[in-house]
Every structure is written in C-alpha cells, then in structure tokens.
Design a protein. Structure first.
Length: 150
C-alpha cells in the first residue's frame, strides 16, 4: 500500500504518527513530542511505559544501541479516535544476527486524545525480533519451533 492511500483514509493524528515513524531515528527523537500525548501509555512485549518523558527515555535507549531502524507501514485500519497499523520493522543491532539486518512484522493498536496518541500497544513476535537473533539461544528456539511445527 502506498503512502498516498494510507493518508486518504486516516485522521490527521494518524497521518502525523505514520509520517514520524517512517523517518524516526536517533537524531530526531524530539519528534515524539508531536505525536504522543503527555499521558501516553506505551506497551510492547517487554515493557509498559506511562508518560511522555519515560517514553522518550525508552526510545533514546533503544535507538542508541541500533545501527539502523526503519518502519514500513503496510496497512492501516482507522477510526476517528483509534487505529490498527500493520508494519515491518527492519533494524540492525551490532550484537544481534551477527550485525546483519533483522526484519520483524507486527501491528499496533493506537488510541488518540486531543490529536495525539494516548495509548500505543505493539504486538509482535519477540522471539523473531530478539531471542532468535542471539547466537546460542537462537539455535535452541529455532529447533523448538521446527519440532513444534511437525
């Protein structure tokens, strides 16, 4: 889905959110102020963070350790005050996957208040994002997954 069609059906707060995420990097994390409400709740498979200041610290720590990180938004289901977005995250971390790119697919449930995101919950396979990228643990998890699939 191209960016034109994503923007055609989405409320302004969501268009801004999608735009910021597709260009977010370590040098422009101040853009988080433009899309997140002061009282935001952010949930991913590892953390629950409350408040914009804590979220900014969390992102600073995440992006500081990455060589690169890119979000490609493939689909959006939008209502005036909430949305589901489907994305691919492509990132490089020097200690994961031998420093090579890792691709993870996921989705996010978003709710808005006063034109900004007040609730953001990410759904993704933490194993494929993190654990499978570790040298020893990755081999064990891939083995378990292959046996479970039989």
């Amino acid at each position: 889905m191209n960016n034109e069609s994503l923007h055609d059906k989405s409320p302004d707060w969501l268009n801004e959110f999608n735009s910021v995420y597709q260009k977010l990097n370590i040098n422009n994390l101040d853009l988080l102020d433009s899309i997140y409400h002061q009282e935001v709740t952010f949930i991913d498979p590892i953390h629950e963070i409350n408040g914009l200041a804590d979220l900014q610290q969390y992102f600073q720590g995440l992006y500081q350790n990455l060589n690169s990180c890119q979000f490609i938004i493939s689909n959006v289901i939008a209502q005036p005050d909430q949305a589901a977005i489907y994305w691919e995250m492509i990132y490089q971390h020097p200690k994961l996957n031998k420093g090579n790119e890792v691709s993870v697919f996921g989705s996010s449930h978003l709710r808005s208040k006063d034109g900004k995101v007040i609730y953001h919950r990410d759904f993704l396979d933490l194993g494929s994002m993190l654990y499978e990228q570790l040298p020893v643990l990755g081999k064990v998890i891939r083995l378990v997954k292959s046996k479970a699939a039989k």
